[in-house]
Ligand binder design. Structure first.
Ligand SMILES: [Mg+2]
Length: 243
């Protein structure tokens, strides 16, 4: 057991509370497979048009879509967007527009019951126990905030959103930037030293540590191999004691 006397835990998602395989072999392929049909079904959706506008902005283009949404009923227009977005998916781009659109596609899948979130059992148990003990819990993931809420609302073992007080995504800042962790501490009204950040990515942990947070490196089956001597390694949340 490793003791962390903190008042809040900030959790990464992929490779930390959920297997990388679920995200990469279920969620991402679902969004990719559904993309073209989704753009047809939701061609007049303002939320879809906003996501496409953000995707254009992320690509460095002016917001030319403002007030002039693309006509997604036209095959060539839609095909152009599909090609561009699939290219971003191939790169696993951590961009706000792409994440927003993926969240919209997953929303449909969760609502239809086709998607259910897989989480590590020890993560589910710890989230419930920590919340019950009065520990504050937030999520910090590159997936959009809307997608994060869906993710935890539709877990196989039940809705966990009641345990989570807040969500942060790339609109807070990049996950490898020190300033992002300072912003999370400010948003929570806590000194960074009262916050434990858990992630499978050592560069994210380095940034959190530099911001003054406590950190632990989460090593799960299927995670990318890594190495660090700056953060204690854990294989499950049962190894953490929050006092
Ligand atoms: Mg991760």
């Amino acid at each position: 057991m490793i003791g962390f006397p903190v008042r809040m835990v900030v959790l990464d998602i992929e490779g930390t509370v959920s297997p990388l395989a679920f995200v990469h072999e279920v969620l991402f392929p679902f969004a990719r497979r559904e993309l073209a049909g989704f753009l047809v079904r939701h061609r007049d959706s303002p939320a879809v048009h906003r996501a496409l506008e953000q995707i254009a902005l992320d690509a460095g283009q002016p917001p030319h879509l403002a007030g002039n949404p693309p006509d997604l009923a036209v095959d060539a227009v839609r095909a152009g967007w599909v090609t561009h977005i699939q290219g971003l998916m191939d790169l696993d781009a951590k961009q706000t527009g792409l994440k927003g659109l993926q969240g919209l596609i997953w929303d449909e899948g969760y609502r239809s019951g086709e998607l259910k979130t897989v989480l590590f059992d020890d993560a589910v148990e710890a989230i419930r126990a920590w919340h019950h003990a009065g520990v504050r819990l937030r999520i910090y993931s590159s997936g959009s905030i809307a997608a994060q809420r869906l993710f935890f609302a539709h877990a196989v073992r039940g809705d966990l959103t009641g345990c989570l007080e807040g969500y942060h995504d790339t609109t807070t800042g990049p996950k490898r930037a020190v300033a992002s962790y300072r912003a999370i501490a400010d948003a929570a009204g806590l000194p960074a030293s009262e916050i434990l950040f858990l992630s499978d990515v050592t560069e994210e942990l380095d940034a959190a540590l530099e911001a003054g947070c406590r950190t632990a490196w989460v090593v799960r089956p299927g995670n990318k191999p890594g190495r660090t001597d700056r953060h204690p390694a854990i294989e499950g949340f049962a190894e953490i004691r929050l006092s």
